[in-house]
Design a binder for this molecule. Structure first.
Ligand SMILES: Cc1ncc(COP(=O)(O)O)c(C=O)c1O
Length: 386
């Protein structure tokens, strides 16, 4: 089989640490993991031990004040739906941004249909948030701010501490979508004043698909459980327990998948988040620097030095649709990228690319400089051929 040069890590990381695959294999093959919190026999306790250890590792990575404030879900989409629909009310005004993914926008639009009001912080020509908008959009009925930590289209990261301080100052709930930043950029819920953090397990955390989670900060929040069902305890209660982490974990957990996430977090811890961050920045800027002068290229996002960003480079080439360019990269060079709108319609509207889309390259710590150079060369050749 031809080698695939994979640059679609913002969709999902394809290459995982071998230890992740081994952990998932052993989780099933060893036959030791039962249903956690569903009994006092060894198999159930083994599974409980695994999930509780993973809560502690996750709490450490994101600066969560208490491991019990970490709940596991199927992905960031599930997390965001449970959080937004379980917390926000039809009478609320919510400030969000034009960089959001449909995993945030569509639940918010459903709330809007029920009466909630939405306001959007815009971006400048480089896709950087217009921070003064937050203050200007504030209303007496504003209840929450929902922000994408790093755009899956431009890679630009936002200043969470600045937005978190604004939220604290005005008594607003601060909800962060860390889908593109978990395992890639430093997150400290306490320092950044984050009340709710939603993450996915299969991207920068290198876990299997079908994993994700929700972390709560140190302020009490009243959630209505969106999904209810078996919780393993309080079986005679008509209502589902509203306590963490059960609140977001109805039914049987994906313990086999979580075994993989646990190995993914070990990989990040062993390699060091700082090292991963520096490696990804180096790959991103190496690619950017090699392609920025290609005739007819348009690059999106901010590539200013010393600005935090996720490892994403999105572009268009004059004369090419994003779909045709992506197809040519794949057919001629076995390069995998993502064309189109990336489930983030508002940022494409802001750049005027709703019709053309963009071609997105996104990197992981398994990409090499040789691969980056190969991709840059391929792009230059295609631009010259027209
Ligand atoms: C910014 C952002 N938010 C949310 C999601 C949804 O993640 P998942 O598909 O794992 O639910 C994605 C996925 O690409 C994303 O990029």
């Amino acid at each position: 089989m031809t080698e695939l040069y994979y640059f679609d890590n913002s969709a999902t990381t394809l290459k995982k640490p071998a230890t992740v695959a081994e952990a998932v294999y052993h989780a099933i093959a060893d036959g030791q993991l039962g249903n956690p919190a569903r009994g006092s026999h060894t198999a159930s306790l083994n599974a409980l031990r695994l999930t509780e250890t993973l809560r502690q590792k996750t709490a450490k990575l994101f600066g969560v004040p208490d491991a019990a404030n970490v709940a596991f879900t199927a992905n960031a989409t599930a997390s965001l739906n449970m959080v937004l629909k379980g917390l926000l009310k039809p009478a609320d005004h919510i400030i969000t941004t034009v960089t959001e993914h449909n995993a945030v926008l569509r639940p918010l639009y459903q709330l809007e249909d029920q009466g909630a009001a939405l306001s959007f912080v815009g971006v400048d020509a480089f896709g950087t948030l217009r921070y003064p908008d937050f203050e200007q959009l504030l209303r007496p009925d504003t209840r929450a701010v929902v922000v994408n930590h790093a755009s899956n289209v431009t890679g630009n990261a936002v200043d969470l501490e600045r937005i978190g301080s604004f939220c604290r100052e005005h008594g607003l709930i601060f909800i962060v979508d860390a889908s593109q930043s978990a395992g890639v950029l430093a997150i400290d819920m306490m320092k950044q004043h984050i009340d709710v953090l939603c993450f996915t397990g299969h991207k920068g955390l290198y876990g299997p698909q079908g994993t994700g989670g929700i972390c709560l900060g140190d302020r009490p929040l009243a959630f209505v459980p969106v999904f209810t069902g078996g919780s393993g305890f309080h079986s005679f209660d008509k209502h589902y327990p509203a306590q963490m982490p059960t609140l977001f974990e109805p039914g049987t957990q994906n313990v086999h998948g979580l075994a993989g996430v646990s190995a993914g977090l070990d990989y990040i811890q062993q390699k060091g988040l700082d090292t991963i961050c520096r490696q990804l920045q180096a790959l991103t800027f190496r690619f950017h620097d090699q392609i920025k002068d290609i005739p007819g290229i348009t690059l999106y996002g901010s590539f200013a030095e010393n600005v935090e960003r996720a490892p994403v480079v999105s572009l268009n080439l004059a004369g090419w649709s994003s779909g045709d360019l992506s197809d040519a990269l794949f057919m001629d060079y076995a390069i995998a990228v993502r064309p189109g709108a990336h489930c983030a319609p508002l940022i494409h509207q802001a750049f005027g690319t709703e019709k053309t889309g963009m071609v997105r390259f996104s990197f992981s710590s398994f990409n090499t400089v040789e691969e980056i150079d190969y991709a840059a060369k391929a792009l230059r050749i295609l631009a010259e051929e027209g």
